[in-house]
Design a protein around this ligand. Structure first.
Ligand code: FES
Ligand SMILES: [Fe+2]
Length: 394
C-alpha cells in the first residue's frame, strides 16, 4: 500500500491479502472496496478501533445536552464507555466512565446538577474533575476514606475533549492534531457560515445488522437514492446531485440543489442563523472518517454516527440540531416533521444495508466493481480507512 510505511501494513496485509490492498490503490475502474473480511472479522474490527477510532476525533455529544455545572451524560464511543461532565467553570471534560475500584460503569444515564459522580457498586465518589473524593467503609465498617489523599491511581482517567460549533468530540488516545485543524476543511466548505449557537433537537437511534462502514458508505453513495428514496429525489433529484468527493484525507463532501423546499426540508422552520444565501438553496453533506456524517439543510443540521456494536452490527444515531428560535412550541409539529422525514428516509436504507452485510458472507463477492462517476467516493472511503489505520500503527 503506497501511503503507509513499510512494516506498518503487515497486520493489515496478512488479514486482507495483497490483492485487496492493490485494488484499493488502483484507479476506480479497476479498483474494489474492502474485501468481505473487513465487514465480518472481529480481529479486523479490533484493529479499526485501536488504530483508527481511538486516534481520530470522534463525535460524543452536544454542548447543550449538558448545559449546567454537574450535568453528566454517559456515551459509548468506539466501544468505550465515557462520560461527559459540565464543570463548575463552564468547561466540559470527558472521562472513561469506569470506576477505578472494580471497573463498574459509574454514570448510567444522563444526570443534572451532580455534586459528585458516585459509583453504584461500592459508592466510591469522584469530583466533577474526576478526582477521588470519598471511599465509604474503605478501611472496614464505619472506617471511611475521606482524606482525598491518593497517588492519582484512583482518579478517573481523562479523555481529551474539544468542541467544534457546539459539537463535543473526543480523542481517546490523546495524540490527534487539534480538533479545529481536523474540522477546518468542513469550515472551508461552508461558504463563510460563521459558528452559531444551535439547539440540540433530539436523536433517532437504530440497531442495524450491518458493519459500521456500510452505514457510512451508504451515505457516501449518492447514486442509490433514485432507486431507494423516491421522496428524497423529488426535492433533491439525482440530476442536481453530485458524487461525494474527497476534500481531505479523512473527509468527503457533496452538495445538491434543493429543487422544492417542503416541510421537513427547508420550509416552515426558521433557517439556521447566519446562513449565507447560497446555503438557503443547497444542501451540503460531509463524511468524516470514521466518526460521522454531517448533513446541512437550511433549517436543520444533522450528525449521523455509526457506532460498531460488533463486526456485523451497528448502532446508528441521527442527531438533529435547529435554530434556537425553532425550539419554540409553535414549531413542535414542524420539527417533528423533520424527524419523521429522517426516520422514513433512514428506514428505507436499512434493508439494503443488511442485505449488503448478508452479501459479505458470499465467496462470490470480493469488494465489488464501481461506477466511474458515482463510486470514486466509496473507493476513497475504503482506501482511507486502511491508510489512516496504517498511519496509526507502530
Ligand atoms: S466498582 Fe465502583 S466502587 Fe467498587
Ligand atoms: Fe439512503
Amino acid at each position: 500500500m503506497k501511503a503507509a510505511s513499510a512494516g506498518r501494513t503487515d497486520d493489515l496485509r496478512a488479514l486482507l491479502g495483497d490483492d485487496a490492498l492493490d485494488r484499493l490503490d488502483a484507479d476506480v475502474a479497476d479498483g474494489s472496496g474492502l474485501p468481505n473480511l473487513a465487514y465480518t472479522s472481529p480481529a479486523w474490527l479490533d484493529l479499526e478501533r485501536r488504530h483508527l477510532m481511538f486516534r481520530m476525533w470522534m463525535l460524543a455529544g452536544f454542548d447543550d445536552q449538558i448545559p449546567d455545572p454537574g450535568d453528566a451524560m454517559p456515551v459509548t464511543v468506539a466501544g468505550c464507555p465515557l462520560v461527559l461532565v459540565r464543570q463548575r467553570d463552564g468547561g466540559i471534560r470527558a472521562f472513561h466512565n469506569v470506576c477505578r475500584h472494580r471497573g463498574a460503569v459509574i454514570v448510567t444515564e444522563p444526570c443534572k446538577g451532580l455534586a459528585a459522580l458516585t459509583c453504584p457498586y461500592h459508592a466510591w465518589a469522584y469530583g466533577l474533575d474526576g478526582a477521588i473524593r470519598t471511599r465509604p467503609h474503605f478501611y472496614g465498617g464505619g472506617q471511611h476514606d475521606l482524606t482525598k489523599k491518593n497517588d492519582g491511581r484512583a482518579n478517573l482517567v481523562d479523555v481529551r475533549c474539544e468542541t467544534w460549533r457546539g459539537v463535543i468530540f473526543v480523542n481517546i488516545d490523546g495524540q490527534a492534531a487539534p480538533l479545529a485543524d481536523h474540522m477546518a476543511p468542513v469550515d472551508a466548505h461552508l461558504d463563510g457560515w460563521a459558528p452559531q449557537p444551535l439547539a440540540y433537537g433530539g436523536s433517532l437511534t437504530y440497531d442495524i445488522a450491518a458493519n459500521w462502514k456500510h452505514v457510512h458508505e451508504n451515505f457516501v453513495d449518492v447514486y442509490h437514492k433514485f432507486a431507494i428514496h423516491p421522496e428524497l429525489c423529488a426535492f433533491a433529484p439525482l440530476e442536481t446531485s453530485n458524487p461525494m468527493a474527497p476534500i481531505a484525507d479523512h473527509l468527503l463532501k457533496t452538495w445538491h440543489v434543493i429543487a422544492k423546499p417542503h416541510e421537513g426540508r427547508g420550509k416552515g422552520l426558521p433557517f439556521l442563523p447566519g446562513l449565507p444565501d447560497i446555503l438557503h438553496r443547497e444542501g451540503r453533506m460531509f463524511t468524516m472518517i470514521p466518526t460521522c456524517d454531517i448533513n446541512l439543510w437550511p433549517d436543520h443540521l444533522v450528525f449521523l454516527v455509526a457506532e460498531p456494536t460488533g463486526p456485523g452490527t451497528t448502532r446508528e444515531t441521527i442527531h438533529i440540531l435547529f435554530n434556537q428560535a425553532a425550539m419554540a412550541g409553535q414549531y413542535d409539529q414542524t420539527r417533528q416533521a423533520v424527524f419523521d422525514t429522517w426516520d422514513a428516509l433512514n428506514r428505507e436504507d436499512i434493508a439494503p444495508l443488511e442485505s449488503m452485510q448478508h452479501g459479505r458472507a458470499s465467496p462470490g463477492f470480493d469488494g465489488g466493481t464501481f461506477s466511474p462517476f458515482w463510486d470514486p467516493g466509496t473507493h476513497f472511503f475504503a482506501r482511507q480507512v486502511v491508510r489512516l489505520m496504517a498511519d496509526g500503527m507502530p
